[in-house]
Design a protein around this ligand. Structure first.
Ligand code: NDP
Length: 453
């Protein structure tokens, strides 16, 4: 079997090799998951709930180890990585409540009794990107397992280590063999096999819009269910009536967190023209103070980019733009890039339109509410965004007017595991997290029982 050397993005040093599975291994894993499904679906709801709670406890007991592993493999800051491990625990605990609450309906009919059941789908294939290896895995596998499905998961080639460890911890927690399998390999090999294998009943994909489109087309062939969580080019709209100091202090974290490698990064900064200069003068010191350093340090706010190739891609955008100011980054080994603010010349600039996926903010002024909404919506994406204002009516009008799946007012947060998360337009469809995500891993079955004698 081929193997791939993983690189620590903060140092450029080889971490370890990881086996790259092929079609034969994918088929074997899917067959095991299919066999495991026949017994997993029969596990009593209370027992399935207990196993998921135990899985959450084992993740909790290994949270620091998982976080340290993510720092080495993905270059995430230790603070972020601890949050991410905690998020997997929280999501498992949250969905552990689902098996006992997946109730159907009893519907009045003539001549009998009619009821619905939420049946698990079978084997679910989950394809995870490199930007948030732990949370995105957990958002898929926790509700899928809770609903009685089995899971095969393909981590991104660059960042498989925490997912592999989570699969070991699942076994340690008592989940039966084959219920949750992690299979590193190439996307166009293992990931593609999830699409073409008839036993995989649903594909959950998070990643680029380009690959998402091909997965959707492939799934159509077998009328296979698919959810897509794709890119974003999110607006951060700052109105003149907002708390400008608070908005300027928040804007860097809204993009530079995870080095901008975040589909929810608010990378299009729209500032009302009457406060444009003042806002930039507040933003500059906040950007310059952003701490980009060794991700193992508790003080680090941002680490390196994921790879040399990705750094080149990010640099191609900043080379084209007018740089307003930058922060600092270490200049030693590793894939470092300084936080950068670009002044957009118009809404047709490439860095304004495309998902840079790096620590880059593009700024553009707007005149009034209508123009802000029009500019925010002038994108193929529709994932996330923020609105800064003290006017409640405006906050609600703009929230309803911006076509994205998630919005925050006077905040840049996007993700709470108990509320739904997902995109509109070419950011994808289907909702992860929140109370209803588990239903996406079930089919409704209707049963009619005649009471006629
Ligand atoms: P990709 O969409 O290529 O990769 C995401 C996942 O899909 C990876 O596990 C990848 O595997 C897998 N994959 C790739 N090709 C296929 C295929 N043909 N069939 C099935 N699975 C496949 O994203 P990249 O990592 O290449 O990033 C490119 C850009 O996409 C980023 O710069 C960013 O703009 C965007 N992106 C958005 C994300 C988001 O959260 N919305 C997440 C990641 C990227 P492998 O690792 O082997 O390539």
């Amino acid at each position: 079997m081929d193997s791939l050397d993983l690189i620590n993005p903060a140092t450029g040093a080889v971490l370890q090799g990881v086996p790259m599975n092929g079609i034969a291994e994918a088929d074997a894993a899917i067959a095991r998951a299919q066999r495991a499904f026949e017994s997993w679906r029969q596990v009593a709801p209370g027992d399935r709930a207990r196993l998921l709670r135990r899985f959450a406890d084992v993740v909790d007991a290994h949270a620091e180890e998982l976080a340290q592993l993510e720092v080495r493999n993905s270059g995430h800051t230790i603070g972020n990585a601890r949050w991410e491990a905690g998020n997997v625990r929280d999501v498992l605990e949250y969905y552990a409540a689902a098996p006992e609450r997946l109730t159907g309906r009893q519907i009045p009919v003539a001549g009998g009794i009619d009821m619905t059941f939420h049946e698990p789908l079978g084997v679910v294939g989950i394809i995870v990107p490199w930007n948030f290896p732990m949370p995105i895995a957990g958002w898929g596998f926790a509700p899928a397992l809770a609903a009685g499905n089995t899971v095969v998961l393909k981590p991104a080639e660059l960042t498989p280590l925490t997912a592999l460890r989570l699969a070991e911890l699942a076994l340690e927690a008592g989940l039966p063999e084959g219920v949750f399998t992690v299979l590193p390999g190439r996307g166009d090999v293992v990931g593609q096999r999830f699409v073409t294998h008839p036993a995989v009943r649903k594909v959950c994909f998070t990643g680029s819009t380009r690959v998402g489109k091909s997965i959707m087309a492939g799934c159509a062939d077998q009328v296979k269910r698919v959810t897509l969580e794709l890119g974003g080019k999110n607006a951060n709209i700052v109105f003149a009536d907002s708390d400008l100091e608070k908005a300027a202090a928040s804007a860097p974290g809204g993009v530079f967190d995870n080095a901008g490698q975040d589909c929810c990064a608010r990378s299009r900064l729209l500032v009302q023209d009457s406060v444009y200069d003042r806002f930039l003068s507040l933003l500059e010191p906040a950007v310059k103070a952003y701490r980009v350093e060794d991700p193992r340090l508790d003080t680090a706010e941002m680490g390196p980019l994921i790879s040399a190739a990705h750094r080149e891609k990010v640099a191609s955008y900043t080379a084209e733009g007018e740089v307003a100011f930058t922060g600092t980054a270490p200049d030693g080994d590793g894939w470092w890039f300084p936080p950068t603010v670009l002044l957009a010349q118009s809404a047709s600039d490439r860095h304004w339109r495309e998902e840079v996926f790096g620590p880059v903010i593009s700024v553009l002024p707007f005149h009034d509410e209508a123009e802000a909404i029009a500019l925010a919506n002038d994108t193929e994406y529709g994932l996330s965004g923020s609105i800064w204002t003290r006017d409640l009516g405006r906050a609600l009008r703009v929230s309803r007017g911006v076509d994205t799946g998630n919005l925050s007012v006077n905040s840049h947060s996007s993700v709470r595991y108990w509320t739904p998360f997902g995109g509109m337009k070419q950011s994808g469809f289907g909702r992860e997290l929140g109370p209803d995500a588990v239903l996406g891993f079930t089919d409704v079955k209707n049963v009619f029982i005649s009471t006629e004698s």
